[in-house]
Design a protein around this ligand. Sequence first.
Ligand code: KG4
Ligand code: ZN
Length: 345
Amino acid sequence: MKVLGIESSCDETACAIVEDGKTILSNVVATQIPFHKIYKGVVPEIASRKHAEWILPVVRQALKEANMTLDEVDAIAATNRPGLMGSLLVGFTFGKTLAWATKKPFIAINHMLGHLYAAQLQTPVEYPFLGLLVSGGHSIICKVNGFDNLEILGTTVDDSVGEAFDKVAKFYGLGYPGGVIIDNLAKNGDPKAAKFPVPKLDENEHRYDVSFSGLKTAVIHQADYFLNEGFEASKANIAASFQETACNTLVSRLLRAVKDTGLTTVVAGGGVAANSRLRQMLSEEKNLNCIFPPLKLCGDNGAMIAGVAYHFLKRGETSPLNTTACARIPQFKRGLANLESFGRR
Ligand code: KG4
Ligand code: ZN
């Protein structure tokens, strides 16, 4: 089954064709970064307009690179949540329209299920396992019982980890998007230069929750205060110390989940899963088998959408064409919600 997957939840206009949930026939990602860079963040209005401009050429390019015609596509999938509403609507409406016009099955896909599936495009993993979803909008630790069956164990109680990377980079004038810039800059800095505060959340109520707004504020407004003696407050030192604390926060909560559930396989996903220090820290955990997507599948792409869509379709599920888009998924932002099969619309 060849699925055409569309992704437009934020600032990448993307389309891919994936066969049977595993073979990537094409994967086109048109990034809008140059258009948002001057504003040091994503401007939703610009994002929606660029999606509208690019969606047709991107879909055409995906077909061309797969050496296929639209007739040869078996089903169409598109992200419908969570994300920027204007951005989501462009790709999602385009996908629904294409499905309607061609009378092909259509399925709406949860972006975060896509991120979780990205690693599995390369390495199928047996359920259950732990999921670590870290992106610009989310920080989620979950138990994964199936491709659409997650038990949310922890989330952020405030900012997401990607947001903290981006805001720190913005404040220090490092550039946009901040994650990869801080990752690179940190290689020349000393992670011990500053001892930034780690979030103190109740060990029972927030056992697997993370928090990044205190860290972000400390790095932005009180860097000198937290600097250790004998170290210079250079951008590289600040980047390295910030990154170390942010990654330690994620790893410490994840290790709690490993200990409590007895699950030792972790599948990571989302833009921040590209972070080299996070990858290194987790690879050093002897008892852990941590699986990361290849770098090009960490950020937003259509392959992860088409990949996970295949499993819904194989189960006979499709979405009616009056399905809508949705900016938020409340359970993804905070707390201990236990949702079964929220992948359904
Ligand atoms: O998954 P993604 O492409 O979009 C969302 O779903 O949000 O994630 C984007 C986020 C941004 O905050 C970006 O700065 C961060 O991922 N990111 C990184 C790295 N590469 C991208 N953060 C840390 N280290 C990286 N190497
Ligand atoms: Zn994403």
